[in-house]
Unconditional design. Structure first.
Length: 365
């Protein structure tokens, strides 16, 4: 069965009221839970008013009592910016408070201003620190009389000030045993991260801003790496992200895509600008107005939008191109003044299109 999930960076207009943005995002998660989505993912960024959630764990904690079953994914915690003990402890706490509804999504960080803020500009250092941090976190969750972890970038120990009988020097273990599932996001074709995830058994998440051609390489890369060490993962583990909006007609969809100030244009204008900054272009040298045509083109290439029939056909085309996967993660965008349109779209996806896609995958694969 194909599950539906919700994935939010989130991305809002840079000058939007934070309280309003947070509440809109919370309402989307509550709606997703009501519609039986399996999971909701929230990002972590510190230095962007457009991506204003600084702690997905705190955000999710605010929703425990207002949701019933939906799992809470961190999408993602940037491990080079956090001490592993803090992440291990806070994830364990949320896992207990939610009675085991946590998925730990991790990454090396994707926002260049956060890299500068936390002095993490070196790509190799970020990548290896992420891997070491996961190892250190898992070790925190295991039983040890004392604790020590030493890698190339991390050196952590707690060996002297320990009194186990009183719990001093011991760490909180998660509700889920041995620990919550770990997930990573995938972007590049034949991704090395996909290979690593396959070896480790982590959940692979293909990003919504990645082309179907590149996504089509992710699961084969993941599965090949897993097979080499004797594992045979099922595609149910794979998450694929996509921005999907069901409109009343294809004409309405075209109007939305043709809006140079619309939500999807702004989305890719932001992503393109972050990418340029990361490649070394100075902010003062980025002409946002001249970037709009490319942003609009990417939106038209990657957004799945149209009436119910069109969206169903486009999603089947996606499945045919990339292969079967277990969860379709719908991107949570800024709803703005189109709240009802987005709510109707999510409802139609859950009530009408999800069963069609599930049956299609079952019959074809």
């Amino acid at each position: 069965m194909l599950n539906l999930g919700l994935f939010m960076m989130p991305l809002h207009p840079a000058n939007k009221n934070f309280t309003t943005s947070y509440e809109e995002d919370r309402q989307l998660v509550k709606l997703a839970d009501k519609l039986n989505f399996s999971e909701a993912w929230m990002g972590e960024h510190y230095s962007s008013t457009a991506e204003p959630v600084t702690s997905p764990l705190i955000f999710h904690a605010s929703l425990i009592s207002e949701t019933k079953k939906i799992k809470f994914g961190t999408g993602v915690i940037s491990l080079p910016q956090q001490h592993p003990a803090v992440v291990a402890g806070q994830v364990s706490l949320l896992d207990h408070l939610s009675k085991g509804r946590v998925i730990l999504g991790v990454g090396a960080g994707g926002l260049v201003s956060d890299w500068e803020l936390f002095d993490n500009m070196d790509g190799r250092s970020r990548a290896l620190t992420m891997i070491e941090s996961v190892e250190a976190i898992i070790k925190f969750w295991e039983d040890h009389d004392t604790y020590s972890y030493k890698g190339e970038f991390l050196d952590i120990s707690l060996t002297k000030n320990v009194l186990s009988e009183l719990g001093i020097g011991k760490f909180i273990k998660p509700f889920q045993q041995p620990f919550p599932e770990i997930a990573v996001s995938l972007k590049n074709p034949n991704s090395m991260t996909a290979k690593l995830a396959g070896e480790k058994g982590w959940i692979p998440i293909s990003g919504n801003f990645v082309s179907a051609d590149d996504i089509a390489t992710h699961w084969p890369t993941y599965k090949e790496a897993a097979n080499k060490i004797g594992k045979n993962p099922n595609y149910d583990k794979w998450r694929v992200g996509r921005s999907v909006l069901i409109t009343s007609s294809d004409n309405e969809a075209n109007d939305i895509l043709d809006d140079p100030k619309g939500v999807f244009t702004n989305y890719f204008l932001y992503l393109n600008s972050v990418s340029k900054l990361a490649s070394g272009t100075a902010g003062k040298d980025i002409n946002l107005q001249s970037e709009i045509p490319d942003a609009m083109k990417k939106a038209k290439d990657l957004i799945i939008i149209g009436d119910e029939k069109t969206v169903t056909e486009k999603l089947i085309e996606l499945i045919d191109k990339v292969g079967p996967f277990g969860t379709l993660l719908l991107t949570g965008h800024d709803v703005g003044e189109q709240k009802q349109l987005w709510e109707n779209s999510f409802s139609t996806m859950s009530n009408k299109i999800q069963p069609i896609l599930s049956n299609y995958i079952k019959q074809k694969f």
